[in-house]
Design a protein around this ligand. Structure first.
Ligand code: HEM
Length: 472
């Protein structure tokens, strides 16, 4: 494991050699089952969903979830049920999301403002760093909804991130890179103190940074609610978490549970939307006809006198198909979150022993040539035969929000953030490959599935100038 880095690439290489849609990797006394076929994935997450509803215990998830106090990283059981119930009914419910629409709109406006500030001084537009804008947008949105803040620090005049936001997000990504990342000591616990692969050190350092930003805000909010200074309705998601009471008027969540769950919500929000939008725009720049079609749809549905809103999304079949295609071809992570079996179970005629970790391969499913024609081609049209085009993939032909008991609780919010990001980029600006560059480089990074280099592209405002003026 220490030599075969990154491990996910080695696993996919072995799967290819096996030429099978299910494989078993035996790491010490743990069976890791990798699945590339929608049919087998469906068997696991529908027929045997209850058996596979647990998650592994690992060094990173233990630390990040505060000892399994949260939802996604929780191994399962009563604590998971309690937290999942709260998220579904109190945090990402339709009514809560409606109530926080204006906060999301403010951040979507800030995205356009930030890019406009960088490309409007030249009649031909300017080359901008799309990654910076895309990376910070989901984080800005959840920071606003969670803490009612645009910035942790002073931020930046142009609407871009300040030092604090840069530091915060790079720590979140450091954690994401180490969650379920084949850490040697997860399989050989007695090696934990040696930290041979350095995972523990990196996770601890990232936690320290994130705590530096979250803790003062969360602590202050506890204090406000304890002293009764917050007499009004909860204003943001942190208020909701702090003010939840049982029928006897006692807090439902402890301070540790809230701290851990806040962090997990940030982690759950920041990576997929940014990665999807950056890849989609990169692929589309190399096939300008796709940009033309998307822009034609945006002009027809939204026009040039106002900005795209969440309520427009159901009418944007083509833009949604482009987003969906990027989720299929360029998942942010090689595998779905692992599911652990709590009993022996037969799947596709193979015995999967109790305690196995099942990894549905996001790469293997989304790029499976038995499922997708020309799987490596970015082709949004392939989704247009569906009656209703959205980002959910119930048949598990690729993984977007997955399904079943451990499926994503926030498919609507995740979809809105992702489509708004790509949609506003496409609607607000004319995009071109920078002069002197032949094609956008579509190489993946060496140790992750992100694009190896940030996307730089020429942006030029394309809407009625009054639209941008209203944002300044
Ligand atoms: C485009 C954005 C998003 C995508 C593609 C996505 C995808 C996923 C996937 C693949 C899973 C794992 C499902 C499984 O284990 O089978 C998951 C779980 C989860 N997601 Fe999302 N997600 C997104 C946004 C969000 C957001 C914004 C939140 C929170 C506000 C969220 C909260 C969760 C939680 C709590 C779980 C764990 C559920 C459980 O273990 O019971 N996700 N998500």
């Amino acid at each position: 494991m220490l030599r075969k880095q990154p491990v996910y690439r080695w696993i996919h290489h072995v799967m290819k050699e096996l030429n099978n849609d299910i494989g078993c990797f035996h790491f010490r006394n743990c069976h890791v089952i990798v699945v590339n076929s929608p049919k087998i994935a469906g068997e696991i997450l529908t027929e045997h969903d209850t058996v596979f509803a647990s998650r592994p215990e690992t060094m990173a998830t233990q630390l990040i979830s505060g000892g399994y106090l949260t939802t996604a990283l929780n191994v399962g059981g009563e604590q998971w049920k309690k937290m999942r119930r709260i998220l579904v009914s109190e945090i990402v419910s339709q009514s809560k999301m409606r109530g926080l629409l204006d906060m999301r709109k403010q951040e979507a406006d800030n995205l356009v403002r930030f890019l406009y500030n960088h490309c409007s001084n030249n009649v031909n537009g300017e080359v901008v760093n799309v990654r910076t804008a895309a990376l910070h947008y989901p984080a800005n949105t959840i920071r606003r909804m969670m803490f009612s803040l645009r910035y942790f620090g002073k931020g930046s005049e142009d609407g871009g991130p300040g030092f604090e936001e840069e530091e915060h997000i790079s720590s979140l990504f450091a954690m994401l890179l180490h969650i379920y990342a084949f850490c040697v000591s997860d399989y050989f616990p007695w090696l934990q103190t040696l930290d041979l692969d350095g995972h523990r050190k990196m996770v601890c350092e990232a936690m320290k940074v994130v705590k530096k930003y979250h803790d003062p805000i969360v602590n202050d909010r506890f204090q406000q609610w304890r002293e009764g200074r917050n007499k009004e309705e909860p204003h943001d998601l942190l208020d909701v978490l702090v003010s939840l009471k049982d029928s006897d008027g006692n807090p439902i969540l402890s301070e540790d549970e809230i701290r851990a769950q806040v962090l997990e919500i940030f982690l759950a929000t920041v990576d997929n939307p940014f990665n999807t939008a950056e890849w989609a725009l990169s692929e589309m720049l190399n096939q300008p006809k796709l940009i033309e079609k998307a822009v034609e749809e945006l002009d027809r549905v939204v026009g040039k006198d106002r900005l795209l809103q969440e309520s427009d999304i159901p009418h944007l079949r083509y833009v949604v198909a482009c987003t969906r295609e990027a989720l299929r071809l360029h998942p942010v992570a090689p595998f779905n979150l692992p599911h652990v079996s709590t009993a022996d179970c037969v799947v596709a005629n193979y015995l999967i022993p109790k305690g196995s970790s099942v990894l549905l391969s996001r790469l293997g499913l989304g790029r499976n040539p038995a499922v997708w024609d020309d799987p490596l081609q970015f082709d949004p049209e392939r989704h247009l035969s569906e009656r209703h085009v959205d980002l959910a993939e119930r048949e598990l032909r690729f993984i977007s929000f997955s399904r079943g008991r451990r499926g994503c609780v926030a498919a609507d919010l995740g979809s809105n953030i992702t489509v708004m990001l790509l949609g506003r980029l496409l609607q607000g600006f004319t995009w071109n490959i920078p002069k002197g560059v032949e094609k956008i480089d579509l190489t993946e990074s060496n140790n992750s599935l992100l694009k190896i280099t940030p996307l730089f592209a020429q942006a030029k405002p394309r809407l009625n100038p009054s639209v941008y003026m209203s944002l300044l």
